[in-house]
Each structure stands twice: as C-alpha cells, then as structure tokens.
Design a protein around this ligand. Sequence first.
Ligand code: IMP
Ligand code: MG
Length: 198
Amino acid sequence: MDKSEIKLHDAISHILFTEDQIKNRIFELAETINEDYKHKYPIFVGVLKGVFIFMADLLRKIDIECEVDFLAISNYSNGARKRGVVRLVKDLDIPIEGRHVLFIEDVIDTGLTLNYILRNLQERSPASLEVCTLFDKPTRRLIELPILYKGFDLPDKFVIGYGLDYNEQYRNIPYVGILKAEIFQQPVGNSIKLKQGL
Ligand code: IMP
Ligand code: MG
C-alpha cells in the first residue's frame, strides 16, 4: 500500500485510549505529583520527541514551582539499540546536581533506553530521580526499572498517537490506538535504522 493513500486515522485498527480517558488520567497523575513534590522545586525532564504532547498536557496541570528540560537521543543502529545504547544528541540545559528530578516518559517498552538514560542522569548526583510514564508495556520488559507514576498499561502491540510515532508519522493523532498490521509490516526507508527522536 502506498503510504500517501492512507488517511491519518485509517492507520489505526483499534482505539485503546480516547482523548478524554488520557486527559482524566493525566489529571490524576498531576494531582499526586503536585502533592508529592510541593516543597521540592522539581525539574521535569523529558526525552524528545515522543513525550512532547504528554509533557505539555501534564505540565499544565502541575501547579507547583518547577523547571522543565529536555534531552534528545538517537539510536546508533538496530544492534546497539538492542543493547540499549543510545547517543545523546541534546543534553540538559539545567544542572541537576542536588535537584529533585522527575523523569517523564511516553512509553516504556523493553526499558533498555530508559535504563541507559537513568544511569546517565544518576551520575550527575540529583537529590532524587523518579520516573513518570504515561504508557507501559510490562510484558516486554527486559530490565527492572523503578516506575513511581504510571498512566496506563499497554498490550504487546505497536501503538501510535498522542506523541507516539511510527516512522515519524502519526504523532498528531489526539488519542492512542493500535497501528494496523499492514502498515507496520510495510518496508521502511533508512530512517528507521538511525531513528531520531524517540
Ligand atoms: P525501550 O528501550 O524498548 O523501552 O524503548 C522505548 C522507546 O521505544 C519509546 O520511548 C518509544 O520511542 C519507542 N516505542 C516503544 N513502543 C512503542 C510503540 O508502541 N509505539 C511507538 N513507539 C514505541
Ligand atoms: Mg520515548
């Protein structure tokens, strides 16, 4: 199938979470985070690009003083990715030593990427380092990770929307759904080999 023939919403075989469901869950997460971090002046750290929509919606429900920063990473290759090795293409602007860091993630799959990033951040001696993920695929996990705040569990399927992409597309779908199998199997260009912007 030619990609240009696929309309955005036709790429979804099944909706998992509607805009309203996501919004309500984010509100609940923000209430807990507001309480837990109220006197800590935290830094919210996200990895571009997948997290940008979640970060924007969550942060607008955070009503305590805080700072926000982003990392950008790129996979070296499929082989390196399997070992969870990533390249930092944009570092944090804010020093995190002695600060309370809440790491915000869109989806945790094997956990290898996050494990690599958390080790990198931990070396900078933050006062605390916790994880908040909107989506989790617990059945795919290869490494145990401490997740303090979680939005939803996902089945072992490739999902798109709400910031999550397939080959850089579909991030702008406002809900989350399962990508149709025929699109997922479609041959992809070199971009997938050195995929930018997880
Ligand atoms: P991990 O290292 O296997 O945990 O990879 C996590 C990263 O893979 C996420 O930050 C996403 O960029 C990407 N990813 C994993 N599952 C999905 C999915 O279902 N849809 C879109 N991206 C995904
Ligand atoms: Mg991500």
